[in-house]
Design a protein around this ligand. Structure first.
Ligand code: IMP
Ligand code: MG
Length: 169
């Protein structure tokens, strides 16, 4: 498989983002929310670069069948923590059209967090349909279908250490 982002570049970037979060949230105690399943690898590495006190939670979303966005987003597993009046950092693997993260943001806002920031490892900016404000971006990539480091194609390839471009994409 063709590599788009090498393991060492991912890890360097993750360290950089972790340092920014340490600075931006100094003296704070944010809840870091990972969007399953795609963000779990990124989140696991990112957490260990964060030195301020944090709490971690997850939510599960279903939005994609294979390579095509269905446009329909659904929460299949909700948070266990209450985010009211809390600083929240939402961690995503990739923002493509923006539909999924926009749905999640609107949903979380109804729970009245004190603040809500979005952190994504990958940003396919050229495919954006819904504009969303992103506070932390790892890599802006072209509009190709990528897998690895948590990202899947039909639930495969999540275990790759790098970000690769699926053949034929
Ligand atoms: P969006 O709603 O179009 O922004 O799509 C976001 C979601 O689709 C992400 O959270 C991923 O789970 C999935 N996705 C989008 N692009 C890719 C890709 O290139 N590889 C794997 N999953 C992707
Ligand atoms: Mg995802």
């Amino acid at each position: 498989m063709k590599q788009l982002v090498r393991e060492e570049d991912i890890l360097k970037k993750v360290e950089e983002i972790g340092k920014k979060i340490n600075t931006d949230y100094k003296e704070k105690n944010p809840i870091v929310i990972g969007v399953l399943k795609g963000a779990f690898v990124f989140l696991a590495d990112l957490l260990r670069e964060i030195e301020i006190p944090i709490e971690v939670d997850f939510l599960s979303i279903s939005s994609y069948n294979g390579k095509e966005s269905s446009g329909v987003v659904r929460i299949t597993h909700d948070l266990s923590l209450n985010i009211k009046d809390r600083d929240v950092i939402l961690v995503e693997d990739i923002i493509d059209t923006g539909r999924t993260v926009n749905y999640i943001i609107e949903n979380l806002k109804t729970r009245k967090p004190k603040s809500l920031a979005v952190c994504t490892l990958l940003n396919k900016e050229e495919n954006r349909i819904i504009n969303v404000q992103l506070s932390y971006i790892g890599f802006t990539i072209p509009g190709v279908f990528v897998v690895g480091y948590g990202l899947d194609y039909s639930n495969k390839y999540r275990n790759l250490r790098y970000i690769g471009v699926l053949n034929g994409s």
